[in-house]
Design a protein around this ligand. Structure first.
Ligand SMILES: Cc1cc2nc3c(=O)[nH]c(=O)nc-3n(C[C@H](O)[C@H](O)[C@H](O)COP(=O)(O)O)c2cc1C
Ligand SMILES: [Mn+2]
Length: 497
């Protein structure tokens, strides 16, 4: 398996696959690009390389905008395959026999090889701009929506170190341009970058990498536990370590093949108003104080390409980054909650608003146990509504889920209202960060849970199905309708427009 080495390799792959269009016309990063991309994303269109976005640097956008491109990025047939590879390592058992031992060693080696490795030099230092030469206005930074406060850098990998442990963190946190040398740093309160910042007494050094190979860029958005380095996940998913070089003015390592790196620092308690920003919730996030990032150096490859993404009312390009996380993390979730068969975070639910989960139900109250497990699991803990269905229900088929909620729920008995932490950006709760949780148990119940005997679901017998299959032509009704037509419907829902 090979995955793109860097952004240029990725662009070349997209071009070979007919997945990228170059736009030669001059376009404005102020709103115009958003309107173009919004139309292309919703049409399932290609990645776009704007060669003249009123800047000396081209702008790449919609690189992640379809399932096919996500799979190309990971060099996989499906996102579930990517998850399975991770699951195999997570579920490693003591090997039995020689063949298994050899396989086990291979898996261990794949973990060892995932560690980023430091190299002496890299193209990211082709151009080094220091102090007075630093000017963010050189970059085609988008103002995405009419109510946005300023241009925002939307697809960064923000690198920091935990001041206590020295452990690295890489996160995708947007940066609002404040002036040519400073930005705001949108570290939401539940995030690891914010934790590093809170632990520091004086200044926290920061490096922001822009224009990475797609897997490393994805990894910055992955919800890993604080002590796990996102670059290690990137290395594992790429099948090849991420190469790093020492940054020029800060004590951090940065991807050697990045297109652009911003180096600088954040001083404790220096805050600026961030926002409004047209967010992935579909609403503008109102202004709120966030830390200020001082850029002290800007390093670049020659003819650096600037990467961007637009978020807004779903679905947008980020839907596919979220779906990748949903699929890749399923095996990891199962290691804590093994009764989970599958789950779905509807794109229209902006990921944190709703989680549909199917379980192998074994005892009374099992659905409620799983709701609480989700409300206690990493960033999934911010989920507002959890819908639990039985193992035979396809969680990606929203019509089937709706049917189960309608058919199997007694609201008085099966709706659980709880409370807990909510997403930083959720504007609905009365208090910011904290509010109600909704659990809906749409599983079958029965006398063990004090209800009447549960009725049997209607199913045609296999015998009659076979008979009709065999005789279909005789009926003269044209092609046989797809037996499992509902899967198509769920895909349509994902991309509903
Ligand atoms: C396009 C995009 C933009 C994002 N912007 C932010 C942001 O501005 N602030 C934030 O806290 N999280 C943002 N996120 C989510 C984080 O990247 C994600 O929660 C990640 O897990 C954070 O890394 P951490 O777990 O190391 O904190 C964004 C995600 C995506 C895909
Ligand atoms: Mn992290």
């Amino acid at each position: 398996m090979t995955t793109p080495r860097d952004l240029r390799d990725w662009i070349a792959l997209l071009e070979r696959e007919g997945e990228l269009v170059r736009v030669g016309a001059e376009v404005d990063p102020h709103l115009e690009i958003t309107e173009i991309v919004d139309r292309m994303v919703k049409a399932g269109g290609p990645a776009l390389l704007f060669e003249r976005p009123k800047s000396e640097h081209p702008l790449l956008i919609n690189q992640f905008g379809t399932e096919r491109r996500m799979c190309l990025a990971f060099g996989a047939e499906s996102l579930d395959d990517v998850g399975r590879r991770l699951g195999e390592v997570l579920e490693m058992q003591p090997p039995q026999g020689l063949a298994e031992k050899v396989r086990g060693l291979k898996k261990l080696k794949s973990i060892a090889d995932s560690q980023p490795k430091t190299v002496r030099s890299g193209p990211v230092h082709d151009v080094v701009l220091l102090d007075d030469e630093v000017d963010l206005r050189r970059l085609p930074i988008q103002t995405c929506w009419p109510g946005d406060a300023a241009p925002f850098i939307t697809l960064p990998a923000v690198i920091t170190k935990d001041p206590r442990t020295g452990g690295r963190n890489v996160g995708m946190y947007r940066l609002q341009v404040l002036d040519e040398k400073t930005t705001a740093m949108h570290w939401q309160i539940h995030k690891d970058g914010r934790a590093d910042y809170l632990m520091t007494d004086g200044k926290l050094e920061v490096a922001v990498a822009l224009g990475l190979d797609p897997v490393t860029a994805y990894a910055a958005s992955a919800p890993l536990p604080k002590h796990v380095d996102e670059l290690m996940l990137a290395g594992f998913l790429r099948g090849e370590a991420v190469e790093l070089v020492r940054a020029r003015t800060v004590d951090l390592e940065v991807p050697a093949n990045a297109e652009i790196v911003l180096e600088g620092y954040i001083a404790k308690d220096e805050l600026a108003e961030e926002g409004p920003f047209g967010d992935h919730t579909g609403y503008y996030t109102p202004p709120e104080p966030f830390p200020v990032f001082h850029v002290t150096a800007m390093t670049m490859r020659r003819d650096a390409i600037y990467p961007s993404i637009v978020v807004g009312k779903p679905p947008q390009e980020d839907a596919w980054l979220g779906k990748a996380t949903e699929r890749i993390f399923l095996p990891a979730i199962r290691t804590s909650v093994p009764e989970i068969v599958d789950y779905d975070l509807p794109v229209a639910g902006a990921f944190h608003n709703c989680c549909i989960v199917s379980i192998r139900k074994a005892y009374p109250g099992h659905a409620q146990k799983v709701m609480h497990a989700i409300w206690g699991l990493g960033l999934l803990s911010l989920t507002k509504a959890v819908v639990v269905v039985d193992e035979w229900v396809d969680v990606h088929d929203y019509e089937d889920v709706f049917f189960r909620v309608g058919a199997n729920v007694d609201p008085k008995r099966d709706v659980l209202i709880s409370e807990g932490p909510l997403d930083h950006l959720d504007h609905a709760p009365t208090l910011q960060f904290y509010g109600g949780k909704l659990g809906i148990d749409a599983t079958h119940k029965g006398p063990t849970e004090g209800t009447r005997e549960w009725p049997e679901e209607i199913e045609m017998s296999d015998e009659v199905r076979r008979l009709v299959d065999e005789r279909w032509e005789e009926y003269g009704l044209g092609a046989i309708p797809e037996a499992n037509g509902r899967r198509g419907a769920s895909l349509r829902q994902l991309l509903r427009r």
